[in-house]
Each structure stands twice: as C-alpha cells, then as structure tokens.
Design a binder for this molecule. Structure first.
Ligand code: PBG
Length: 326
C-alpha cells in the first residue's frame, strides 16, 4: 500500500517549525508613518484605526518605539497644509519643508533607522496628482514632472533619506533619479521603485490621511490597469535597467500573483505594499468581532513572504513586531 500521510509533518509545533518554508520577522517590515506640522500632535485617521498623523516630536517617539521592537525602516508621508499646495508642487523640494525636517529629525534621533522618502507630487500638488497637470488639457505631463521629481529626490537625500520610493509611475523616473543622485554624492542612496503600482480603490484611506485625492479625474493614465500582469514584467525590466535596487508591487494582497511573477523573473529583491485599504478592511472586521485580528495580521504578512516578497511595507508593522516578540 502506498498511503501517503502529509499530516505526519504537521503533528506538532516542533515538526511544523522544522519544515516551515517562509519566515516572518521585523527585519522585513517597513512602517509607513504620516507626519503633520505642530507639537505634541497625534491626530487619529478615521479610516485607519491605530494610525495617526504625528507632529515631528511624536513621529520621533513613534520611530523609537518601532526601533525598540525591531522595525528598522520607516517610510514618511507628510500631510501638507492646503495653503502650500501649488500647481507646480514646489513645496516638494523645500529644504525647510515638513518632509525634509521630519527626515532629519528621525535620522538625528535614530541614525540606525533607515528612512524612506516618497517621491511623487500628490501631497504637494493643488491638483492632487502625482505629476504636473497641463491646465488646458488636464493631461499629466511626463517629462516636465521628471525634473521636479529629481529636485524632490535630492532634497530628501540631502535631508538624510536612505531610500527613495518613486511612487509616481511616470515613465523613465528611476533613471532620472539615479543619475541625479549619482551626480550629487548620493551613490549609496537606494531606490525602491513602485514598479507595479495599480490604479486602485484600496488607496482611499491614505488619501483621506493626506487629503491628497485628485481634484479632477483619476490616476489611470499613469497607474496600471488592475487587469494586467504581463505589463508589470515590462515595468520591472525597465526599472531594473534604469538602476532600481528593489522593485515594489502595490497594492499587496489582491496582487500576490504579481509579486510571484516579479520574484520569478527578477534578480532584484521584491517589496510588497500592504496598503491603507487592506489595513482598514482587517481593522474594521476585527472591530466587529468578525475575524481574529492577531491571527489575520500574521497570516497576511506571512503570505506576502510566501508569495515572494522580501520586504513588506505595512501599517501593521508595530502590531506584527509586538506579536512576533511574544
Ligand atoms: C501617492 C501614494 C499613494 C500611496 C502611496 N503613495 C496614493 C495614491 O497613489 O493615490 C498609497 C498608500 C496606501 O494606500 O497605503 N504617490
């Protein structure tokens, strides 16, 4: 009789741990954090229970807590005052602006914490788009945007950002950023490209947090069509050729197949962004008592690792780091 019993390998935690294929630790996690002006401010975000907009002093406190839990990278997203938003998004490269000050403050307090700066114009643009908008036609202008992104990247790098995350989806931006960085002593600044970033409904809570939703139209002429996956391979090839260090897929959970395909085809590390809407869904269901929060958080993050993600950007970073500790 040839009777296979796969259950033998599952009979107790010792054997299960021994044969486990994927592992989750805080080493792989990046915590996105929102920043606002002010002092002592921790402003909750309605649609993201447990997340807040932090003034810089509170941001530093939060970063220290994360660091103590083993999370060694934060991605900063500034909520810019409406009055500073302009069509040319020039606040994006203000050396004394909120974003530059926040990066500097975290690096000063915690030199060992890697800080990632987002590169895209939407938080600074009065149009709420990631690129410059032609006022007549409404077109999102590719090449003129690249020049602003390069200035934004240098500003973040000068402030001390270790990693830059171009999330704008303009064509050719990775190459333009790489060249600008290399020409200005920032050869070691990493680029984690938002390689396959989809035009997704899952960004809703994030746009509420930053008040950054597009004033007109949508982002479908630059972010990818959720129906496509071969196109993601094309984006990955281009980003790799242009010098990206890490390729990111975003959103995360509904796009595990994309993570898997990129991991198969690329020699670069792959990151997944477990976005705001994915976070909101889990928190909402858990608050209703419909799912077990802790179980679902660890399962979700483990599944990203199983799909091929080396790195996970997640608002669950602190929750997960705490759970992994016990
Ligand atoms: C914008 C940006 C977005 C997110 C990160 N950078 C939103 C968007 O493209 O509209 C979303 C992150 C999230 O939903 O958690 N460049």
């Amino acid at each position: 009789m040839n009777f296979h019993r796969p259950r033998r390998n599952r009979q107790n935690e010792v054997i299960r741990s021994m044969v486990r294929e994927s592992h989750l630790s805080p080493d792989h996690l990046i915590a996105p954090l929102f920043v606002v002006e002010g002092k002592g401010a921790v402003i909750p975000i309605n649609s993201m229970p447990g997340q807040a907009r932090f003034s810089i002093d509170e941001l530093v406190r939060e970063a220290k807590e994360l660091y103590g839990l083993g999370v060694r990278c934060v991605a900063l997203f500034p909520a810019i005052d409406e009055k500073l938003k302009t069509p040319d998004a020039r606040e994006a490269y203000n050396r004394d602006g909120l974003n530059a000050r926040a990066i500097r403050a975290v690096k000063e307090a915690l030199p060992g914490m890697m800080v990632m700066g987002d590169i895209a114009l939407d938080p600074y643009s009065s149009d709420g788009h990631d690129g410059l908008v032609d006022p007549k036609t409404g077109e999102i202008l590719n090449d003129p945007t690249l020049e602003v992104l390069a200035k934004q990247a240098l500003c973040a790098a000068e402030a001390g950002a270790d990693i830059l995350g171009p999330s704008d989806m303009m064509d050719g931006r990775v190459g333009v950023l790489r060249r600008a960085l290399d020409e200005s002593r920032f050869q070691n600044t990493l680029i984690m490209s938002y390689t396959a970033k989809y035009a997704s409904g899952y960004y809703g809570p994030f746009r509420e947090a930053l008040d950054s939703a597009p004033k007109r139209g949508d982002k479908k002429t630059y972010q990818m069509d959720p129906a496509n996956s071969t196109e993601a391979l094309r984006e990955a090839q281009l980003d790799a050729d242009e010098g990206a260090d890490i390729l990111m897929v975003k959103p995360g959970l509904p796009y595990l197949d994309i993570i898997y395909r990129l991991k198969e085809m690329s020699t670069l590390p792959i990151a997944a962004y477990n976005v705001s809407g994915e976070y909101a869904m889990v928190k909402a269901a858990a608050q209703n008592g419909w799912i077990d929060h802790d179980k679902v958080v660890l399962e979700t993050l483990t599944c990203f690792r199983r799909a091929g993600a080396d790195v996970i950007l997640t608002y669950f970073a602190k929750d997960a780091a705490r759970l992994l500790r016990t």
